[in-house]
Design a protein around this ligand. Sequence first.
Ligand code: NAD
Length: 256
Amino acid sequence: MTNPAQRLAGKVAVVSGAAVGLGQAFAERLARDGADVLLVDLNEASETAARIEALGRRAVSVRCDVSDPTAVEAMAQQCRSAFGRCDILVNNAGIYFMAPFETLSFADWKRLLATNLDSTFLLSKAFAPGMKERGWGRIINLATNSIGLIAAGMTHYVTSKAAIVGFTRALATELGEHGVTVNAVAPGPTRTHGTTTGLPPGVSFDEVFSALAQQQAIKRGAEPSDIVGAVSFLASDDAAFMTGQTLVVDGGWWRV
Ligand SMILES: NC(=O)c1ccc[n+]([C@@H]2O[C@H](COP(=O)([O-])OP(=O)(O)OC[C@H]3O[C@@H](n4cnc5c(N)ncnc54)[C@H](O)[C@@H]3O)[C@@H](O)[C@H]2O)c1
């Protein structure tokens, strides 16, 4: 029997947006589970790579804009050269910013959809055929609980993530009989590079997030370590019979 702590031994994972934040935590957790990891980000993911190598696993960092089809194809080629394949894809790279609909520009709408949604299409397109051919694969997409708890100023973001949930359900239908599952994880507000640097001057993460947490059943702000277990589970054989689903991990705020 496989050691449960190494349930992804021999697998290769690709994690987008892996330089910081949730992507860094997912990459590290998958490595802890035994996988080697290709780290994809606009920026060098050297800190993430060092953490993975310290666990005795291989990490290769590739700089790539996941919204750019040519860059994604080149990255997929680098993955094939370095590891031969991708078994687990975590479509995590994403951006978010508040903008009331009235002032939201078409350029910002397209930029956000390209980063969050087009990237999910492009990376899945690059790696799903190999998973299907080998008869085993996991695609895990990042959604958000804000598709159910819709705050003002988020039309662009909520649209991108609701589309990702639809994409997840639809692609699962096409890949299910080939041993490839497609699921999503929908976190609530979580302490990351993005959420701690995107706040207005003078506003602290702890202040905002402990106020938001009062809406949750579990009344504390989330850390990336609260979310990684869901990704680890969906990547594992324990989740082999689960596909097309969205796991909400938000301390019991949005009850689906
Ligand atoms: N943190 C939260 O509260 C929260 C809640 C729900 C969902 N999410 C989702 O989780 C994901 C990660 O969020 P986070 O808070 O860790 O973000 P973050 O800003 O801390 O990190 C995002 C990473 O993605 C990379 N990235 C951005 N655009 C890219 C591009 N075009 N190509 C390649 N890499 C790119 C960035 O360089 C960065 O390393 C996002 O999809 C986000 O929407 C986050």
